[in-house]
Design a protein around this ligand. Structure first.
Ligand code: HEM
Length: 533
């Protein structure tokens, strides 16, 4: 007798499977959040409209939560959240299912071989990574870096004066001195960024080593970090067809860029870990994520690559972001001179001319803190944050969000929510002064949401506070006469284009105080030897 059982079972499974798939697709199409059709997206793909702006425009047309489907990731749409409420409701209140990262083959798998903390999906490795981050960067632990931020910013101020003297010999201090925010290799910018590096790696051989490998600036390594349209998961061919990464011949061509970037970062951060070990032996290490990770290497079975990439997250995630925010703050000052005057009035009343602003002034310099919040709102450095992923099916206000969806908080749109932020394009620190709404009082939306929220937010705020309060205590910031209008430099997010301005010393008394303090600061910093200035 012919045995029909197997073919019948196979056919039945296929039919049921196919039916299941069809039912799921029908359900998806019916109940997914609304959004532009694929055709609209293809048509509108032309032109140079930035992704965050396009998504904001679509959210005004379709709703606070929109979905974008494609033919490759059927059943796994991209969901975009465009209001504070939607982002808080999903990414924070339902953080247990919205805290993963989407699969990112090009960057997370090929370039970083599963060792990049910021790209980790939910699981034990992510939990351990977040523990390291909070043990070394959260509110209280982050204060230990003040030991470095204090002397470093004193040296930064002196560098500004020195540069003036060098460049303008025989002339008055009122001669212009320009800083270019995009010139990240300039001495002064390096000085300000160094504390950010220290949060990650306790010892650096020299600043040049830190920023250049084989003559290539580390800032250029952005394989996955900036979620612009090019780097979003799914924007590379290999993300759509994972099988390609397993085909050796094709993979060489498709994945070369990722492999090259990954190899450079691995070499660089392994070298840093070697330096950290030496620093510990000589007693010069300031404990940071390197040490926290190294100490747990055996227990957690971390490979050397894991140690190098997990512990370097504060450096890769913290330097350009914080410096970019500082530049945006200076740009706001150039565009809104009354803001600078009000900040200086506050500094003069609280601090006076006889000492530098200090971390002890953090609570009293309320307007400076409001300026920092307003800068992060007005000009968010990461307009689309870093994408999250849903790990379970969910329903939100009648809309179905399937497991596996990529979930993006459009921080650019969220920080322009007119209910919470009237006149959103205006730079108004006052909106944060004496605010009672918790969303304003504890404003941190530009740092992301929920369990993946930026763990470096305290370090970033400290560094912005000390840099900006000291710069405004010592200098007036003015646009260079005849230079292009600073307005042209405001792209609404990310790095502001290079802008020229002059720093005009506020008094000779302050200048001599800075010079004296810098001498003491040099000694403080020498405790961490091998740094070259
Ligand atoms: C103004 C400066 C900064 C801004 C605007 C910023 C913004 C962000 C945003 C939007 C995210 C994604 C959050 C999410 O997925 O919801 C993020 C993640 C992260 N940030 Fe920051 N950041 C800044 C500075 C820093 C600093 C100074 C550090 C470290 C010292 C840091 C370390 C990190 C790390 C490690 C992550 C990944 C967290 C994870 O994947 O779980 N950031 N940041």
């Amino acid at each position: 007798m012919i045995n029909f059982a197997l073919p019948v079972a196979i056919s039945l499974t296929a039919v049921l499977g196919g039916w299941g798939l069809l039912t799921r697709i029908a359900l998806l199409l019916k109940t997914l959040p609304p959004g532009p059709s694929l055709l609209t997206r293809i048509i509108e793909n032309r032109g140079n409209e930035p992704l965050a702006v396009k998504l904001k425009r679509w959210s005004q047309q379709y709703g606070d939560v929109i979905s974008l489907m494609d033919f490759v990731h059927i059943g796994k749409p991209t969901i975009v959240l465009s209001t504070p409420k939607a982002a808080v409701d999903l990414l924070e209140k339902r953080g247990n299912i919205y805290s993963s990262r989407p699969r990112n083959i090009f960057a997370a798998e090929v370039a970083y071989r599963g060792a990049k903390g910021t790209l980790l999906p939910m699981g034990t490795k992510l939990r351990r990574f977040r523990t390291t981050m909070s043990a070394t960067l959260s509110n209280i632990p982050s204060r230990k870096y003040r030991l470095l931020e204090d002397p470093e910013t004193k040296l930064m101020l002196r560098a500004y004066y020195k540069k003036q003297i060098q460049e303008n010999i025989g002339r008055t201090y009122k001669d212009p001195y320009t800083l270019s925010p995009s010139a990240q290799h300039s001495d002064n910018v390096l000085t300000t960024s160094r504390p950010a590096m220290w949060t990650s790696i306790p010892l650096w051989r020299s600043v040049t080593d830190v920023l250049c490998i084989d003559g290539k600036g580390l800032f250029t390594i952005r394989v996955s970090y900036y979620p612009d349209s090019r780097n979003l998961p799914g924007s590379r061919l290999v993300d759509h067809l994972p099988i390609l990464s397993r085909l050796p011949f094709i993979a060489q061509w498709l994945c070369r860029e990722a492999e090259e970037h990954g190899a450079i970062e691995e070499r660089f951060f392994r070298n840093c870990i070697d330096q950290a070990k030496l620093a510990d032996k000589s007693g010069t290490a300031l404990s940071g994520s390197s040490w926290h990770t190294l100490e747990r290497q055996e227990r957690f079975g971390y490979t050397d690559l894991d140690v190098a990439l997990l512990s370097s997250a504060p450096y890769t995630a913290g330097v350009t972001t914080t410096l970019g925010a500082c530049d945006a703050l200076l740009l706001a000052i150039l565009l809104y001179p009354s803001v600078m005057r009000r900040a200086q009035d506050e500094i003069d009343a609280v601090v006076g001319p006889d000492r530098l602003p200090d971390f002890q002034d953090f609570d009293t310099l309320k307007y400076i803190r409001a300026m920092i919040k307003e800068t992060l709102r007005w000009h968010p450095f990461l307009p689309l944050g870093i994408p999250h992923a849903a790990t379970e099916d969910d329903v939100y206000e009648g809309m179905f969000i399937p497991a596996g969806s990529t979930v993006i908080a459009n921080i650019y749109a969220i920080t322009r929510d007119t209910e919470l932020f009237p006149d959103p394009e205006e730079f108004k620190p006052e909106r944060f002064m004496d605010a009672t709404d918790p969303l304003l009082k504890n404003f941190n939306m530009s740092f992301g949401f929920g369990r993946r929220i930026c763990p470096g937010q305290y370090v970033a705020t400290d560094q912005l506070f000390i840099m900006i309060s000291r710069i405004l205590w010592a200098f007036d910031v003015r646009p260079l006469k005849g230079g292009p209008s600073p307005l042209a430099k405001h792209g609404n997010w990310g790095q502001v284009a290079s802008l020229s301005y002059e720093l005009i010393p506020r008094s000779d008394h302050i200048r001599s105080l800075v010079i004296d303090q810098a001498v003491i600061a040099e000694d403080d910093v020498k405790a961490w030897k091998n740094l070259s200035y």
